[in-house]
Design a protein around this ligand. Sequence first.
Ligand code: TLP
Length: 344
Amino acid sequence: MKTIDLRSDTVTLPTEAMYEAMRTAPLGDDVLGDDPTVIKLERLAAERMGKEAALLTPSGTMANLIGVLTHCGRGDEVILGDKSHTFVYEAGGISAYGGVHPHTLPNQPDGTLGIEQVEAAIRPNDVHFPRTRLICLENTHNKCGGVVLNPAYLEAVGTLTRRYGLKFHIDGARIFNASVALGVDVRQLTCWCDSVAFCLSKGLCCPLGSVLCGPADYIVQARRIRKGLGGGMRQAGIIAAAGIVALETMVDRLAEDHANAALLARGLSEIDGIDINLNTVKTNMVYFSCKPNAASDEALLERTAARGVLFLQIAPRRFRLVAHHGIDADDICQTLQIIADSIA
Ligand code: TLP
């Protein structure tokens, strides 16, 4: 029985081309600054994102942590969404390790923060208040359903941050999903931000790794913080080699994942007992809720897992499925049948 693992696009395995690149990559010691494959990946990533420089990190969590810590000192405030990955799922790292004060605003269903609300949240210069230093957005927005922030909205936020002398960071873990869904060059999504972190290890299929991109002097400082956090990696060219393959060959195919997610969402909407908002299915993620008449959460997960279909429970009665490189349209059809059988 094949396991159809829809828990996340983080479960993707390296491609054959990645294994080959990892086996043959020229290596050095990246902490000493002489791993040629890391240097090549960082140059490529910076160029793709339209930034001066880049830094390879072991994970998206560390890329965001370094990203925020490089912009903010202790006691500084960051404005970010209450459903953002950095606020919800990164173990409070910005506060725990950076003393950075999170000021959350409600994420709208489309993943945005209201522009007026952001402006109202910026602190006046007063000894009572923390200093507002940074605004963070997430694109695509995971907890809002994999929805996409568009260039016009990013320009509005970028304009605001410049007017107030703030910095602007994007958690772009899946920013290529956003650019592919919108059909725009990824630079149209990054040109307004100061820094962007994107993941190699999700839909792009690398075994690990994320990249933080930004101005050259910012990345110099970020490199020191990465070292302090224990994220300096020696023969990291092994990882970077897969990252180069990912950037060169794995971006455009994300459209297949989006088509499979759409197929899955349409099928789920026809199953009795399932509540789904098709408007939020824009990329590779599908969230659905169970109606009261459906099987219990435990029964649903147990029955589907017994037939090889895995997905995540996000909250009581709420689930997430993610399409990725290891999933084809046949897997989606089988998944729909198994969920339909299991939910009654
Ligand atoms: N997200 C994971 C889980 O942590 C929820 C997933 O399966 O979706 N930013 C965003 C928007 C993310 O979705 C994730 C991972 C990260 C950052 C962190 O990346 P890693 O897992 O590499 O630390």
